[in-house]
Write a protein that binds this ligand. Structure first.
Ligand SMILES: *Cc1c(COP(=O)(O)O)cnc(C)c1O
Length: 402
């Protein structure tokens, strides 16, 4: 049995009965939209995020769209974010008619480079949209300071960071709004799509709530062109069962990350994810495998140039791709988050970010590899990952060994 990058098998073994009961109860209640189960989840999730309001919706993508719309960000506006993220971050900005402006990442934290934000501001900038990527919290005190200096809104993309905190306060509670995803592989996953927006301001919360239901403050009165984006009662029931386990799951993720760092810290050919701040919630553990130098010959034919590099004008990813393949041969499945940066995606060709426009982001896309991490990953499974990686790096391509 290979070590999977993510698995629900053990969690379902542990929670299966409670989940069955919760889902059956909703199924048999006949109340599928809204109702007490959804309200109860919203209340507990708001509490977990240390904010007064949480509004369930259809997905993390919708959460971002709802937050942007509710803050009156729209056509003609610009929102600053990172290109090193899941596509939905930028897609949501574009969905409200706004232009995403991409700022390069800090190569050590993989997060938006705070020192570059102010250079990207224009008179059209309305908001900062930091992404707590891989569960690592962005420095929200600095983000808020920049926002305050320039009169900007702050929307946190917390999709990968449920259970994370900055300076002891949960992510999502720092900005004007925090947007969460309950996609099954996130730290708190539903049995399908789901999301939530959290916020402190009650007027904003009301606006988000209305937008999520056809811009309808009361039945059949429509004051806005909104959306049909609700958290299903069935999904809320699943989340109600899972939410109490979140702190323990995050703790397990932290322990797994720490074990990787201890067991692999001496390898110089790859770069491990930094320990990061205390509130890191480790949705992913991402290592960097430096690409080949310009001289392809140094690979001695072991690595083959990857087609994505050529197609999207990215640095050569051959050593990373080689390691991924060899790990797979050894029964360790890894994932690349993300092979192509958002600013180089065909869908964003019109924004005109050419090759080399965000060099840090482009290099990361060629070098990153996510090792298996999920709360139920067993010690023995993790040791297999560690052993395989150590052996491959020691015996690896000339570049890796260098
Ligand atoms: C998953 C994710 C989203 C979108 O969430 P969905 O629930 O899949 O719509 C947005 N941003 C980031 C960073 C994500 O990882």
């Amino acid at each position: 049995m290979p070590v999977p990058p993510f698995s629900l098998e053990e969690q379902l073994r542990q929670l299966g009965d409670s989940l069955d009961q919760a889902v059956l109860q909703v199924l048999r209640s006949g109340q599928y939209i809204g109702g007490g189960v959804v309200t109860a989840f919203e209340a507990s999730f708001a509490e977990a995020c240390a904010v007064p309001h949480a509004i369930g919706c259809n997905s993390g993508t919708d959460a971002l769209i709802l937050a942007l719309r509710a803050l009156d960000i729209g056509p003609g506006d610009e929102v600053i974010t990172a290109s090193f993220s899941f596509f939905a971050t930028a897609e949501a900005i574009s969905a409200v008619g706004t232009t995403p402006v991409f700022v390069d990442v800090d190569p050590a934290s993989y997060l938006i480079d705070l020192d570059r934000i102010e250079a990207a501001l224009t008179p059209a900038t309305r908001a900062l949209l930091p992404v707590h990527l891989f569960g690592r919290p962005v420095d929200m005190e600095r983000i808020n300071a920049i926002a305050q200096r320039h009169g900007l809104r702050v929307i946190e993309d917390c999709a990968q960071a449920t259970g994370a905190s900055w300076a002891g306060r949960p992510v999502g509670s720092w900005g004007d709004a925090g947007c969460f995803s309950f996609f099954p592989t996130k730290n708190l996953g539903a049995a399908g799509d789901g999301g939530a927006v959290v916020c402190r301001d009650s007027t904003l919360a009301q606006r988000i709530r209305e937008l999520a239901v056809h811009g309808m403050p009361r039945r059949y009165l429509h004051t806005d062109l909104g959306y049909n984006s609700r958290l299903d009662a069935l999904q809320a029931a699943v989340l109600n069962v899972k939410l109490p386990h979140l702190p323990l799951w995050v703790e397990r993720r932290r322990r797994i990350a720490q074990r990787y760092r201890e067991a692999l810290g001496d390898l110089t050919a790859i770069q491990l994810a930094e320990a990061g701040p205390e509130g890191h919630s480790w949705n992913q553990f991402v290592v960097r495998v430096p690409g080949c130098p310009a001289n392809q010959a140094s690979c001695a034919g072991r690595c083959t140039p990857s087609s994505d590099s050529a197609t999207f004008g990215l640095p050569e990813a051959c050593c990373r791709d080689w390691l991924k393949q060899r790990l797979q041969d050894e029964g360790v499945i890894t994932i690349i988050y993300y092979p192509i940066p958002i600013h180089r995606q065909p869908a964003y060709a019109e924004l005109g970010y050419g090759p080399g426009s965000l060099p840090g982001t482009e290099r990361l896309c060629a070098e990153v590899l996510s090792l298996p991490i999920f709360p139920e990953l067993g010690d023995e499974q993790q040791e297999r990952v560690i052993t395989a990686l150590r052996q491959l790096v020691a015996a690896g391509s000339p570049v890796l060994a260098a």
